[in-house]
Write a protein that binds this ligand. Structure first.
Ligand SMILES: [Zn+2]
Length: 514
């Protein structure tokens, strides 16, 4: 028998519940009716990186040492992309493998470059690419492609150029491949726990929030695949979860532009970028040309990353990671949607740096959008939110108000910019469970509770350094009565294998960078 976990990147009950009630998503409706379901509170920031690893480890980013797609190296004053090797913890399927329970993981973001213990089969997710090894063990790739010849890690489309129908059709194909890979791991590799992530849900929701009928068409395919999964004889239980929820963007706040205009952040003008813009060669134009020719991968191999970085965006915005930051004149920088880092070297001592951080927090807390609404719901001391050592952690953690999107780009106005994204993440995601020994009812969980709960359900010990709890209220029968077994901690040292450049390139294609 197998426990299936279906991860829906960015899924939100505000979409799914009404569709289930109206009869459009009968398998979701069945799970809601017969199983446990509720909200799933994600981490801060509620971002794909690190949220998936918060799920798979049951720990806050403070113990993982990863807070966003990017990391800030305080000593070197460098910004680099995080990858799988930067997370300082084993995952719950490693604990299962220790017990001889084989596990499979399909398409989970944060799993590239793939590496796994014996008994864990990983088909890496974004930002893996087909160009490289994308499975662990490595031999799994050819077995998988023999069984599912058209399996693709990434969409074939240039996202910015695709029509809504093309995006939906591509997503429906990818969903099918993710489910196929999941059941293949159960059937052929004897996995008793299989996790599969559907990532295109996130991509579609960012871009097509104003076309709910298109989003629904994508989820209807998920529902059909889910129905088949529920009907499988080996399906002992099916868990549904998302890494975060989704909400419409009310306002875009360019936090680094705000820092720049205060004089707290300084960047060098890029002559190369200005020159390229003056001859009309922008990143968008390049992408369009390449998209028309269908040569995405070829172009990537022809144009070195170092040159790609210098293509200006038509909007005039530049990702902060691509900007030439003058650290001698920079006091603070924000990476991603929340973490803010203070450049210690810009201050004579720790006290001065701390008082600057306090001042920045107060100013952000008092800041309003042009419509008069607060930009931030709260500005946290990371020590109040994160457990553990908080290695590589930020100095401030901004919890943006729901509907405020705060990309890390500079260029343009502090407020009022638009992007191809119509919707962004919110903290409340989805949880549901169905199957043997799952209690029917409403239960709100923390993202951190899933790993302990699934481990306990499968009769395995719960790592003593997990932050989440076994939620016996979603269980019934023997697992609900059984005492929780404490297991050894799963903390590790980060190995830092450094696939950063490839990661960055893929993020750019996915539209995560300007
Ligand atoms: Zn996500």
């Amino acid at each position: 028998m197998t426990v299936y976990v279906v991860g829906l990147d960015g899924a939100d009950w505000s979409l799914l519940r009404p569709w289930a009630e109206e009869g459009h998503l009968p398998a979701f409706a069945r799970i809601l009716d017969e199983g446990a379901s509720g909200d799933l509170e994600s981490t801060l920031p509620p971002v794909t990186f690190p949220a998936w690893k918060c799920y798979s480890t049951g720990k806050t980013p403070g113990k993982l040492g990863v807070y966003e797609w990017f990391a800030y190296d305080r000593d070197a004053n460098e910004i680099s992309a995080n990858d799988a090797s930067d997370f300082r913890s084993r995952e719950y399927w490693d604990v299962l493998a220790d017990r001889g329970v084989r596990a499979g993981v399909v398409n989970m973001p944060t799993t590239h470059p793939p590496e796994s213990d014996d008994g864990v089969f990983v088909v890496a997710g974004s930002p893996a690419t087909e160009r490289e090894a994308f499975t662990s063990p490595r031999s799994l790739k050819s077995d998988l492609l023999d069984a599912i010849p058209d399996y693709r890690v990434k969409p074939d489309l240039v996202l910015d150029e695709a029509t809504p129908d093309e995006l939906v059709s591509e997503a429906r194909d990818l969903f099918e491949q993710r489910f196929e890979a999941a059941t293949w791991l159960a059937d052929e590799k004897d996995c008793e726990l299989v996790h599969t992530t559907l990532f295109a849900t996130d991509t579609l929701q960012h871009r097509l929030w104003d076309r709910p009928e298109k989003l629904r068409a994508a989820y209807e395919r998920v529902d059909e695949l889910l129905a088949d999964l529920l009907d499988r004889e080996d399906a002992e239980a099916v868990f549904l979860m998302s890494d975060h929820g989704f909400t419409e963007i009310d306002e875009i706040f360019l936090v680094n532009q705000w820092l720049l205009e205060r004089g707290d952040l300084a960047v060098e003008e890029s002559e190369t970028r200005d020159l390229l813009a003056s001859v009309g060669l922008t990143e968008e134009r390049l992408k369009r040309l390449v998209g028309k020719l269908g040569l995405v991968n070829l172009a990537q191999s022809l144009i070195p990353e170092s040159a790609q970085r210098f293509f200006p965006s038509e909007s005039g915005r530049v990702a902060i990671q691509d900007a030439d930051i003058d650290w001698s004149r920079t006091k603070a920088v924000s990476l991603g949607r929340g973490p803010l880092y203070v450049n210690r070297r810009a201050f004579p001592d720790e006290e001065a740096a701390q008082s600057y951080a306090d001042e920045l927090a107060a100013d952000l807390e008092a800041l309003d959008t042009p419509a008069g609404d607060p930009v931030a719901a709260a500005v946290h001391d990371p020590a109040d939110v994160y457990t553990g050592e908080r290695a590589r952690g930020p100095d401030l953690l901004v919890e943006y108000a729901t509907g405020v999107d705060a990309p890390e780009a500079i260029g343009g106005g502090v407020f009022g910019e638009t992007t191809e994204w119509l919707a962004t993440h919110r903290r409340t995601g989805v949880f549901a469970a169905w199957g043997e020994n799952v209690a029917a009812g409403n239960n709100d969980l923390d993202l951190y509770d899933l790993a302990p709960t699934i481990l306990h359900y499968l009769g395995a010990p719960v790592p003593e350094d997990a932050d989440g709890e076994v939620r016996r209220d979603v269980l019934t029968g023997e697992p609900a009565d059984r005492e929780v077994e404490d297991g050894p901690p799963t903390a590790t040292d980060a190995a830092g294998r450094g696939a950063g450049d490839e990661v960055e390139e893929t993020l750019r294609e996915l539209g995560y960078m300007e």
